[in-house]
Design a protein around this ligand. Structure first.
Ligand SMILES: Nc1ncnc2c1ncn2[C@@H]1O[C@H](COP(=O)(O)OP(=O)(O)O)[C@@H](O)[C@H]1O
Ligand SMILES: CC(C)(COP(=O)(O)O)[C@@H](O)C(=O)NCCC(=O)O
Ligand SMILES: [Mn+2]
Length: 932
């Protein structure tokens, strides 16, 4: 006999008091303020706004388990924490791009690599993280039983930490040296051949560097910082950087045509050959055939330096961005000689040139009696930008043609995430190739060389990184422009919020849309003018790269029928109407969510301030995405729902629905014994139906659905549960129950063949798990099927987490021998239970009931990135049950599996019901798909 730990029994006792149920009728306004892990304990991560970071986390789990001593509050290891202690905006606060200094930095730097170009110095540096992985009993048991491997891919570990991307103008080399010195970046690079650099600091520190400046400024580095520069070949680095990005980052490459940005899924097995066009000061064109296999086939001296240099002379602009901005208001027909100017306003139709085609860039200037001052700087800038972009596009096309290459990737900082520049290049490539070749752009555009130099350190372990091990996050700074933030880490939450408040003010000002006047002429070669619609953001490139966390233990769910074609999101928000609807839903839910979040932290003034900062940050994300839906990569509803959870965690709201979850668990556990008795009195057929019905009915407890939350004010949990069950009229909107029943119970001659192992992706706390999924799990166990409950690693809305499940199971097991035996066999019960209360006894040894975490903290699940525990559990599984709207409708509704799959959910949103199943709110889905 096993015994449930005392604290669990206590928790259970509280649960049986029916009066307590009443407490959950209305949304609680005050909640217990349990102690939680102090800020000091939190593994601080830094977000450097407007720097581009790749975050590399320690080779363990995407670990969401709490630290010892905290029962239900977790921190996100996947979320950067902005610590602005002592932060100040330097110089004039009204300045467009204020530099923000963060003086209290204490990064543990390991390596730095540089690309010192003709115009810009690019820095890539790596900061390490301490490993805070928690190995609790449940995890150890799961590891024992399932044999979870931990990164068998390499003989040396990938270090936890982040890659930061920073740039300086080459003319401001001193600032760059000061930056390196202030952050002691040069001290990490002990030995270029050694990684990690745990060796004591040597006299002969070396830094890997590429670009001409690696030669030109080597002595200065020695003099000022005492480090030697180890030079890396520039082309080698560009190619290594591009190959790394294209292989490791899912939404790295995109096309940009007529203002429309589309991310391109690159097939790793079909990446080569391609043409890499790096538009820096000058332009290099490289035919890439593989890793380290390339040839520089061409180039042009008319590049980014030409645009910036000529532009500066002709317009007196003080910065590159200013020049680019001018171009947005320009009309190049005042200065370019058009076909119509030559042909008296007519087209030259015989060779397909329209009157508005540019015949000669700047050609009009020769025939007019005008001085430079007589031209608008705006027109000059646009004319120059078009001249150079078309020219590069055309030369790139010719080289692609020369080598039969279909794909051209453009990098380099000339592009600057500028929509018009990209459109112009794309038009040139498309026009000249008649649509045969495709121009693509890279999000980390100008950092290819620096990244390649970084990769040239041996044994960093990054080169065999895989897409599914990177998780991209967009932190609170992402919606705001400007501010070169120099220096992590950011630890003090109060200061962080006040800084956020300041930044929000500044950010709102500078994100005001810049209207784009449509240019008046068409481009050279007769194609229509690139018409970048909507808002042009010259500095968009600062924003469109999120933070990439490396989680080496993440794996692709092994039971996906075809991971390459798998798309988690059912709703693609590229339809504007859809986007607007969901944005409204999320915006309207925001104040209620803030109330819950603040209450979950005791309703203190500090919590209110954090709640306010969270609301601002999340609203800013929504506004940003409304303005530019592709700003953070391909956008699906699941991404928005996850962003909301991540945003809450960023402001240290680790479990906003904690109290609600506890109350609902207690109330449901109190009625579980009666439900089990009722079920046990039924025939097999009736019981299976009642169980599925029970799951669907109990899925109504969803605090993320506006309609459901309104319902909760009208009754107790049990009243709502009963009402929900009563309304379960078959056939359900999608009703494959009979096929599932046949598979489970057999028919006629066919004997039932129990599944070997079922994975139950569970959803909400309370009735959903206790009265819905646990009884279904019990039925499977009774039939000899091993059951693995798959739950969130981190809280999301009222979803039950893997951390919380063992306690709930232990409590339920007090009333049920099947659950008890199975939980014991699965290592879920901590102590042996001494006093089983019901009379149900079984002699047969139990099949195990296990709990694994899924690796995420969202109401939805992307099965391309799951925990190693779940991947291990999936190996022997032949049945997958996905439950709830988030996991089986918003995501995975169309997912195909190698094994039998059952998708169960109540649709708690009218629009989704109409769109997905042509039905109504509260309709149910029971979709059964046998192994494909
Ligand atoms: N802030 C900036 N200052 C100067 N040039 C910039 C800036 N942002 C973008 N550019 C453009 O990027 C070009 C430099 O691109 P980059 O890829 O860094 O090449 P390089 O290695 O030659 O410096 C410049 O010539 C200019 O056209
Ligand atoms: C976030 C959710 C997917 C959670 O649903 P669940 O997975 O718990 O069934 C769902 O609450 C939702 O889609 N809410 C937004 C829609 C609405 O308020 O109607
Ligand atoms: Mn849920």
């Amino acid at each position: 006999m096993s015994r449930v730990p005392y604290h669990l029994i206590e928790a259970g006792r509280k649960g049986i008091q029916r009066e307590r149920e009443r407490e959950i009728m209305a949304s609680p306004t005050t909640e217990d303020h349990s102690p939680h892990i102090g800020i000091d304990c939190i593994n601080e991560e830094t977000q450097q706004i407007s720097e581009k970071d790749i975050v590399l986390e320690k080779g363990g789990e995407k670990d969401m388990a709490p630290l010892p001593g905290s029962s239900s509050i977790h921190r996100s290891s996947s979320r950067p924490q902005l610590d602005v202690s002592g932060a100040a905006i330097q110089g004039n606060f009204e300045e467009k791009d204020p530099t923000i200094l963060l003086p209290n930095q204490s990064d543990d730097i390991s390596h730095l690599a540089l690309d010192i170009g003709g115009s810009l110095i690019k820095l890539v540096y790596f900061s390490r993280h301490a490993d805070r992985q928690v190995d609790d009993r449940r995890k150890r048991k799961v590891k024992e039983r399932l044999g979870v491997s931990n990164g068998s891919r390499r003989s040396y570990p990938i270090l936890g930490g982040r890659l930061h991307f920073v740039k300086f103008e080459t003319s401001k080399l001193n600032e760059c040296l000061d930056f390196i010195y202030s952050k002691q970046l040069h001290c990490g690079g002990m030995d270029s051949r050694c990684w990690p650099s745990d060796a004591p600091q040597s006299e002969n520190a070396v830094i890997k560097a590429t670009g001409g400046g690696a030669y030109k400024f080597a002595d200065l580095f020695k003099e000022r910082l005492g480090v030697s520069i180890e030079k890396e070949d520039e082309m080698n680095c560009l190619v290594a950087g591009a190959n790394f990005l294209l292989k490791a980052i899912r939404h790295e490459a995109f096309t940009h045509m007529e203002g429309h940005k589309e991310f391109v899924q690159i097939d790793h097995n079909d990446l080569f050959p391609y043409l890499l066009v790096n538009i820096g000061s000058g332009v290099s064109m490289i035919k890439v055939d593989g890793d380290g296999e390339f040839q520089r086939v061409s180039g042009t001296n008319v590049g980014g330096g030409t645009y910036w240099g000529l532009g500066k002379l002709l317009t007196k602009c003080k910065s590159f961005d200013e020049l680019l901005e001018l171009s947005q208001r320009g009309d190049n027909s005042t200065i370019d000689m058009l076909v119509g100017d030559i042909y008296g306003g007519m087209d030259y139709s015989k060779i397909g040139l329209s009157a508005s085609t540019i015949a000669s860039s700047f050609g009009k200037a020769i025939s007019e009696n005008k001085e430079l001052e007589d031209y608008n700087p705006e027109d000059i800038s646009l004319s120059l930008l078009r001249m150079i972009s078309y020219n590069i596009g055309q030369i790139a096309y010719l080289n692609a043609l020369r080598f039969g290459l279909k794909r051209i990737f453009f990098g380099g900082f000339f592009i600057r995430g500028h929509a018009y520049t990209m459109d112009t290049i794309s038009f040139a490539v498309q026009f000249w190739s008649k649509g045969d070749a495709q121009a693509m752009f890279l999000r980390h555009e100008g950092f290819l060389g620096a990244l390649g130099a970084f990769m040239s350190y041996e044994k960093h372990g990054l080169d065999d990184l895989m897409v599914h091990q990177l998780v991209e996050r967009f932190p609170m700074g992402a919606p705001y422009i400007g501010g070169n933030v120099h220096g992590p880490p950011l630890g003090d939450l109060n200061e962080k919020i006040s800084w956020m408040e300041k930044f929000v003010r500044k950010g709102t000002e500078i994100t005001a849309p810049v209207p784009m006047a449509p240019p008046a002429t068409t481009g050279l070669g007769g194609f229509e003018v690139p018409s970048s619609k909507g808002v042009l953001r010259p500095d968009a490139s600062k924003l469109n790269v999120g933070v990439l966390h490396l989680v080496p233990s993440l794996e692709v769910f092994p039971l996906l029928a075809d991971p390459r074609t798998y798309e988690p999101n059912t709703i693609d928000l590229s339809d504007h109407g859809e986007l607007e609807y969901w944005f409204t839903v999320l915006s309207e839910h925001l104040s209620d969510l803030v109330d819950k979040a603040v209450a979950s932290e005791g309703g203190t003034d500090d919590a209110k301030r954090r709640g306010d900062a969270f609301a601002r940050a999340f609203s800013a994300h929504l506004a940003r995405l409304m303005e530019e839906p592709a700003a953070y990569g391909k956008l699906g509803l699941a991404n928005l729902l996850e962003l909301r959870e991540e945003c809450l965690r960023e402001f240290h709201f680790f479990d906003a629905y904690r109290t609600i979850k506890q109350r609902e668990n207690e109330a449901s556990l109190a009625v579980l014994p009666d439900l089990l008795l009722e079920l046990d009195s039924m025939t097999e057929d009736m019981r299976l139906l009642a169980l599925i019905e029970g799951v669907l009915a109990a899925n109504i407890f969803d605090w993320g659905s506006r309609a459901c939350v309104d319902l909760y004010h009208k009754g107790t949990i049990i009243e709502i549960y009963r009402m929900s069950r009563k309304k379960m009229q078959r056939p359900w909107r999608v009703d494959d129950f009979d096929a599932f029943k046949e598979r489970m119970l057999g028919s006629g001659e066919r004997k039932p063949q129990p599944h070997k192992r079922a994975l139950l992706f569970v959803d909400n706390s309370g009735a959903d798990i206790v009265l819905g999924m646990l009884p279904l799990a019990r039925e499977l166990l009774r039939r000899g099927t091993e059951v693995v409950l798959v739950a969130n690693s981190l809280p999301a809305l009222n979803d039950v987490t893997a951390m919380e499940l063992p306690d709930i199971v232990a409590e339920a097991a007090k009333h049920c021998d099947i659950l008890r035996g199975a939980a014991e066999a699965g290592g879920l019960l901590v102590d042996a239970m001494s006093n089983i209360q019901d009379g149900y006894k079984e002699d047969t040894p139990s099949v195990p009931l296990m709990v694994v975490e899924n690796g995420c903290g969202s109401p939805c699940i992307d099965l391309r990135q799951v925990s190693s525990e779940l991947a291990a559990a999936a190996k022997d599984a032949d049945l997958v049950i996905l439950e709830g709207m988030g996991r089986s409708l918003h995501t995975n509704y169309n997912a195909k599996f190698k094994c039998d799959a059952l998708k169960l959910a109540m649709v708690k949103n009218q629009r989704l019901a109409q769109k997905l199943v042509k039905g109504n709110i509260y309709d149910c889905v029971c979709r059964y798909e046998p192994a494909s």
